[in-house]
Design a protein around this ligand. Structure first.
Ligand code: HEM
Length: 493
């Protein structure tokens, strides 16, 4: 039952959920956060599912509740198909009930990101971005969608498992991309009817949806077993990989390396989608590009390609990264959280009561398109993140713990591509219609539920000069390519 419309899902959840007795609590408690207007006498009784649902549209409140109070707010509601069939061992901790694994996953992520913030992965990310530019030079961007998928995945696979994938045709990389795409499909709330009508799960026999989930689980486990073994005791065991860091945290009672499945999936899908989004923005809203290129040229010149050492002097590129994440967020709704205890949250001088069992979403789309903060919210305008002195405004935050790695990946790729190319529309006809391709940033041009990104579209990457193309090729010819050097050995801290 693929592709069940979201409205049907929502309506059925409400019907099945029955009536939540919203007024059953003592009136002396602090008030609830504001919600939709209710009917006279009945209030919101016909609108509210069995668990109260809170949609958070402000990053400050999201951090206050979901991050600072994560001991009470980091459990997840059960999505039956995902929970019982797709991920029965609950290694995808971002979707699992609050348990020990959850806290270990978060702690390990925080440890890895401390290393990323200290610059440990930058040589590797720079090397991958330079190869990406060379691939785009080779075919003038004909296969640009594939090149973005390759660079996003290879950066993560190299950091996670010491696996560099130079062509994008490597069987392990193709398998990672295929498994990630299948997981994204199977984890969507609309993936299966039992997410909406859980009683249908009593139907016996090996139904096709159960077999599909089992096939995926076997395939993904085999893939990650191979990759983890490679990182922990195989070819990449000398490198300071993320899988090795997870394995160091293994205890007799828990195999933490399993958590790499979810970590890698979370990192790859969102990064690919954000790179595709950036290219769409270049095509549909190109006005800011000359400003960006002038700034990059002023700092970098024409005789070398940008590197991380330019980062602090290129605030405009930083603003482009933020605008890419804001304009079309890769996770529109965030991932649902569920509270495990009653709590009272004070925010901006008001106390809100959040009962145990509530479902909470930090809705990325609402946060990033808040019209009081982001004027002309639907346009791609990186300047909005800069102040009058061309410095980055403080205070932009996201909910993702992997953001230090994600923003570095975007930064170096964007800086290098803008230095090397003019990115624009293709005049190739659309193979489906024979007419010029219709570029669009509306909803129908995007796919996905939890992770959402633009559907495939053509683009042209024209070198800004023969000299720049030559510089990029030369730099690739002479750069360090040994992952043992790019990813230094683990040192006990
Ligand atoms: C542009 C890239 C990315 C975007 C837009 C993004 C976005 C998100 C969002 C919206 C969430 C859900 C937060 C919540 O509501 O609790 C999330 C969770 C997560 N992300 Fe990212 N992410 C990106 C890249 C990455 C990368 C590169 C990594 C790892 C290196 C990563 C690791 C994680 C993990 C581990 C979680 C689960 C956290 C938890 O449940 O405790 N993400 N991300």
């Amino acid at each position: 039952m693929d592709g069940l419309p979201f409205q049907v899902t929502g309506a059925a959840i409400i019907l099945l959920g029955g009536v939540y007795l919203i007024r059953s609590r003592s009136v002396s408690r602090p008030r609830r956060p504001p919600g939709p207007p209710g009917l006279p006498l009945l209030g919101n009784i016909l609108q509210v599912p069995v668990k109260p649902v809170f949609l958070i549209g402000e990053i400050g409140l999201a951090k206050e509740v979901l991050v600072k109070r994560s001991t009470k707010f980091s459990s997840r509601p059960t999505i039956p198909y995902l929970h019982y069939y797709v991920d029965p061992a609950q290694v995808y901790w971002a979707f699992s009930k609050q348990n020990q694994t959850h806290f270990i996953g978060r702690r390990l992520t925080a440890g890895l990101m401390a290393g990323v913030r200290a610059g440990e992965t930058e040589p590797l990310q720079q090397f991958e971005a330079l190869l990406n530019v060379n691939h785009l030079l080779d075919d003038e961007g004909k296969n640009w969608f594939h090149h973005m998928d390759r660079v996003s995945a290879s950066m993560v696979l190299a950091a996670a498992f010491g696996l560099h994938c130079p062509t994008g045709q490597e069987p392990d990389l193709k398998e990672v991309i295929a498994c990630t795409a299948e997981f994204v499909r199977l984890s969507a709330p609309s993936a299966n009817i039992i997410n909406v009508l859980p009683f249908l799960d009593i139907i016996p026999s090996p139904m096709p949806w159960r077999k599909r989930a089992q096939t995926h689980r076997k395939r993904e486990d085999a893939l990650y077993d191979r990759l983890i073994t490679r990182a922990v005791s195989g070819e990449a065991s000398g490198m300071n990989t993320w899988a090795a860091a997870f394995a160091r945290a293994d205890k007799p009672e828990g195999d933490q390396r399993r958590l790499m499945n979810m970590f890698t999936t979370a990192a790859i899908e969102t990064a690919c989608v954000s790179m595709h989004t950036f290219i769409l923005a270049c095509i549909l809203y190109p006005k800011w590009i000359p400003h960006a290129q002038r700034e990059i040229d002023a700092i970098v010149g024409e005789d070398r390609i940008p590197s991380f050492k330019d980062r602090s002097r290129l605030p405009y590129v930083e603003a482009i990264v933020r605008e890419t994440l804001r304009w079309r967020p890769a996770g529109r709704f965030g991932v649902p959280h569920q509270s495990t205890a009653d709590d009272v949250v004070e925010y901006k001088g008001i106390e809100y009561f959040i009962p145990k069992g509530s479902i909470l979403f930090a809705v990325s789309w609402a946060i990033e398109h808040d019209q009081e903060i982001f004027e002309h919210h639907d346009l791609f305008q990186p300047d909005r993140f800069l102040d009058d002195t061309n410095n980055l405004k403080a205070g932009y935050e996201t909910m993702c713990p992997g953001m230090p790695f994600a923003e570095r990946s975007l930064w170096i790729n964007i800086a290098m591509m803008l230095w090397t190319f003019n990115i624009g529309k293709s005049d190739e006809p659309d193979p489906n219609t024979g007419l010029p391709f219709r570029y669009d940033d509306g909803d129908s041009a995007f796919h996905g539920e939890f992770a959402s990104g633009p559907l495939k579209f053509p683009a042209v990457f024209k070198p800004r000069s023969a000299h720049r193309a030559e510089v990029a090729r030369q730099e690739w010819a002479v750069c360090e390519k040994d992952l043992n050097v790019l990813l230094p050995q683990y040192k006990e801290r």
